[in-house]
Design a protein around this ligand. Structure first.
Ligand SMILES: Nc1ncnc2c1ncn2[C@@H]1O[C@H](COP(=O)(O)OP(=O)(O)OP(=O)(O)O)[C@@H](O)[C@H]1O
Ligand SMILES: [Mg+2]
Length: 163
């Protein structure tokens, strides 16, 4: 059994959120599926922008809310990034039923609001949960990252260990 690692990060602002995304993006591999959980405006798309940087995606990543999914081709040898916003999808829809114009097994798939959707897509999805402060003036986000496997050890060494 691969080890499960849980790390918690205190993320001060949007740039720090992009840095955390980039950190994870540098360790992602084709076939990885990442689920982003957090309220409206928590920072899921901001995190995904950093993920794209870490993967070497050069085009701008914006919220895909009105298109459900967008494919960002890699500019190098790395995997493409498939960015899905499942907010308006019924829970009955499975992600692999979406007619995505991408080979998911050769991409990194990141799904905002994907908690109930990614079931069949990956054995061990990467889980990123973002919680904002009750105080609207406070930009701090608490981010909990759950990953499986030893390849994450070096990338996540600076997080607060929860396991
Ligand atoms: N620490 C932080 N981390 C992330 N975003 C932050 C932070 N502080 C402020 N922000 C701002 O909060 C907003 C987050 O918006 P974003 O679109 O990333 O959220 P979201 O979770 O994707 O929302 P939605 O559910 O609507 O898709 C951005 O305007 C960003 O600049
Ligand atoms: Mg978003």
């Amino acid at each position: 059994m691969s080890p499960v690692t849980v790390r918690r990060y205190t993320v001060a602002n949007a740039d720090a959120m992009r840095e955390l995304g980039a950190l994870l993006g540098r360790t992602c591999q084709a076939g990885d599926v990442m689920v982003l959980t957090g309220d409206l405006g928590a920072g899921k798309t901001t995190f995904t922008q950093g993920l794209g940087v870490g993967l070497g995606i050069e085009e701008a990543i914006t919220s895909p809310t009105f298109v459900i999914a967008r494919v960002h081709p890699s500019t190098g040898v790395g995997p493409d990034l498939v960015h899905v916003d499942a907010y308006r999808l019924g829970s009955a829809v499975e992600l692999d039923e979406l007619d995505l114009v991408a080979d998911l097994s050769s991409s990194v798939v990141v799904v905002e609001w994907g908690g109930g959707l990614v079931g069949g897509l990956a054995e061990s999805p990467i889980d990123v949960s973002i919680v904002r402060s009750d105080d609207d003036e406070d930009e701090t986000r608490i981010v909990t990252v759950t990953v499986t496997g030893e390849r994450w050890d070096a990338a996540l060494v600076q997080g607060d260990p929860l396991t």
